[in-house]
Design a protein around this ligand. Sequence first.
Ligand code: HEM
Ligand code: HEM
Length: 165
Amino acid sequence: MSRTNPASYSPLHIALHWLIAAAILFQLIFGERIKDLGRALKDGGTPDAITVFMGNAHIWVGIAVLALTIVRLLVRARYGVPAPLPSSRPQELAARAVHGLLYIAMVLVPITGLVAWYGGVHTAGEIHELAKPLFIILTALHVLGALYHQIALRDGGLMRMFSAR
Ligand code: HEM
Ligand code: HEM
């Protein structure tokens, strides 16, 4: 962890934030398709082209989330992030907790998916299926926090992830 606090998130950190968020959204919307592929392969049938494409897309987009998150954590450790915006101590702790849990999910969700698919570990698949509710709850809290800063506290909190100064 860097000891310096830059004035803003770096352009690379911001780009990675939105790229990863878009990739996760894709995974949540189309996640069911890899289950169709798994079922078709298990039954010994020939899956149709769209199922094969979307199943493989789930794997590669998921691996991209893992790889980009590792890059982002390295960028974060190297260049640091801006100091938290002033708010009450409980609010600051809640924001830290949600950010920490999002990072943990961004690493562990793809790993459990890989273990389930390539290792055939059923329990990993069951844990992986928690990805949808987990990301929905964490992202909802996260977005509410950003909007609270932007609209209620009027401190430009939301804009911190849009422009680097
Ligand atoms: C951040 C990345 C990922 C997200 C957000 C994600 C999300 C999801 C979602 C929402 C589902 C459907 C769950 C349901 O219908 O209840 C799913 C299923 C699945 N995903 Fe992922 N996934 C990610 C990465 C991966 C990766 C890298 C793999 C590796 C192959 C993978 C393998 C699977 C498998 C095997 C299933 C079916 C699980 C089962 O039927 O037990 N996922 N994923
Ligand atoms: C799945 C989607 C998302 C994920 C995984 C995610 C993850 C994160 C994480 C981990 C951080 C902490 C950055 C750090 O300190 O290194 C962050 C910051 C931030 N995110 Fe997201 N985010 C997502 C979606 C969104 C959305 C939709 C918005 C806008 C409404 C948003 C707005 C922000 C803002 C404004 C910050 C900066 C907070 C601050 O430092 O004051 N994020 N995000």
